[in-house]
Design a protein around this ligand. Structure first.
Ligand code: PLP
Length: 498
């Protein structure tokens, strides 16, 4: 048997490190081949107690003694074996999906470099790449020549938190030293279809969830600007201090785009910070055909954009972009003398650590940079346009079937398509409480069967007065039209007896 101690840096007399790593590559290649084979299962489902108790040769418990490298390789194989193949062509469960070969190579290299984004000193190449990419993103948003600012963060929720944090600091810089007691009762606005991370940020920042005012949406799930203005005026009448509006560009469930120009008008009139949560929809800016859906984003003060969603970059990769330079640093700077020595020999502008709310920061930039190099902007555009076409195709097929019902009877705005499956016994009943109660139970049952059989994965949820419906989304580069047809057949197969 071989052991950990036979590998570099301790020993490597017989090229054991190479042997071991090549074995790992073999395991990955096997997994990758299975992932892209539509006929293979997306997952080999097990209940939590089964995993915790241990499966055939796969034991999650840790021991005091080292296990052999042979066992470690088996553990690597099994870890992938019992997981979910999020790159599988029939994986539609989450907005982040897919398995990109260049992104994967980027992650390997990043892990090998194992450095930290906080200073130029220890990440000269990566901090420079981040500056280049942020600049590209400002340009794409349309912030022109003005110097903007930004940072990559651990996900869209954290990027939204940054947006709200900086918005509050801009209006009330004393928050940093004196805390919330020095401020009036501040409130912010987001649509009722906005992402829950806005409320989470309000809780974390001490603003309070009750001070997040949910603005009504129209029938397609877009914020109604008149309602926003009404809510702002109401808050002022109550003695509250509105400071920020979160517009959503690509809502998580419906894929709706808030009307950004009209929202920007309200923000300008009432001197409110405008943050656009384009975590999901941001990638659409790369499509010349569809970027108009985010028209007005250039008027935002800050933007959240997750390349790990529509652009298919491996998790995690999210940016917070802020139009006014300097705010991010002023808001978060603590000038830790042991890290950010101002008398360093090189230009300390490339130190990113004092803009961040973290200390150490993972390198999320390289995989995105490498994918951009390998695909070009056009490559992303092509891929994203294809998702939009697939969504339209899916919508058209469902529209023609009487055992499916669309949540919105109109062409999809984005790659989200929301629908119900109607088993034969419900097909001809068009309304009534009982029908709704029965319909509510269908999606979880179909989902459970598909998950247990590992044939396809798709998400469902209730929303407002709508009982459980499925949310189809396209953000997986492996998905083809045949996989869409398969999903429909599979739902009919499982659902017909429900
Ligand atoms: C996914 C999503 C987020 C959160 O992003 P994470 O990276 O999962 O934290 C925020 N807003 C919207 C609209 C999203 O769809």
């Amino acid at each position: 048997y071989l052991f950990y101690s036979d590998l570099l840096p301790s020993k490597d007399d017989k090229d054991l490190t190479q042997y071991f790593l090549l074995q790992v590559v073999d395991i990955l290649l096997n997994y990758i081949k299975k992932t892209f084979d539509a006929k293979s299962k997306i997952l080999d489902f097990h209940h939590p107690h089964q995993l915790l108790e241990g499966l055939d040769g796969f034991n999650l418990n840790l021991s005091d003694h080292p296990e052999s490298l042979e066992q470690i390789l088996v553990d690597c194989t099994d870890t992938l074996k019992y997981g979910v193949k999020t790159g599988h062509p029939r994986y539609f469960n989450q907005l982040s999906s897919g398995l990109d070969m260049i992104g994967l190579a980027g992650e390997w290299l990043t892990a090998t470099a194992n450095t930290n984004m906080f200073t130029y000193e220890i990440a000269p190449v990566f901090t420079s790449m981040e500056a280049i990419l942020l600049k590209k993103m400002y340009e794409i948003i349309g912030w022109g020549e003005a110097e903007a600012d930004g940072i990559f963060s651990p996900g869209g929720s954290i990027s939204n938190l940054y947006g709200i944090l900086v918005a509050r600091y801009k209006l009330y810089p004393e928050i940093k030293t004196k805390g919330m007691a020095a401020l009036p009762c501040i409130v912010l606005f987001v649509s009722e279809q906005g992402h829950y991370s806005v409320k989470k940020a309000a809780a974390v920042l001490g603003i309070g969830v009750h001070h997040v005012i949910e603005v009504k949406c129209d029938e397609r799930g877009k914020m109604i600007p008149d309602e926003l203005e009404k809510n702002v005026l109401q808050a002022k009448t109550k003695g509250q201090a509105p400071f920020c509006v979160i517009a959503t560009a690509g809502s998580t469930v419906f894929g709706a785009f808030d009307p950004l120009h009209a929202i920007a008008d309200v923000c300008e009139k009432h001197k409110l910070w405008m943050h656009v949560d384009a975590a999901w929809g941001g990638g659409l800016l790369l499509s010349r055909k569809y970027s108009y859906k985010l028209s007005g984003i250039e008027r935002a003060n800050s933007v959240t954009w997750n390349p790990h969603k529509l652009m298919g970059v491996p998790l995690q990769c999210s940016a917070i972009l802020i139009r006014e330079k300097g705010l991010l640093e002023a808001c978060n700077q603590m000038q830790a003398g042991y890290l950010f020595q101002p008398d360093k020999l090189y230009n300390v502008d490339f130190d990113t650590g004092d803009k961040s709310i973290q200390c150490g920061r993972h390198v999320d930039i390289f995989k995105l940079w490498l994918m951009w190099k390998a695909k070009g902007t056009c490559g992303f555009e092509e891929q994203i346009n294809r998702y939009m076409e697939l969504a339209k195709y899916f919508y058209k097929v469902l529209k023609e079937k009487d055992n499916f019902q669309l949540v919105f009877d109109a062409e999809p705005e984005f790659t989200n398509v929301c629908f119900w499956y109607l088993p034969p016994r419900l097909k001809y009943i068009t309304k009534g409480l009982e029908r709704e109660q029965e319909l509510h139970k269908i999606a979880p049952k179909i989902k459970a069967r598909m998950t247990e059989e590992g044939t396809a994965m798709i998400s469902y949820q209730p929303c407002g007065d709508k009982v459980n419906f499925f949310r189809m989304i396209f953000s997986n580069p492996a998905t083809r039209q045949t996989d869409v047809d398969y999903l429909i057949d599979e739902m009919e197969r499982i659902g017909k007896d429900l």
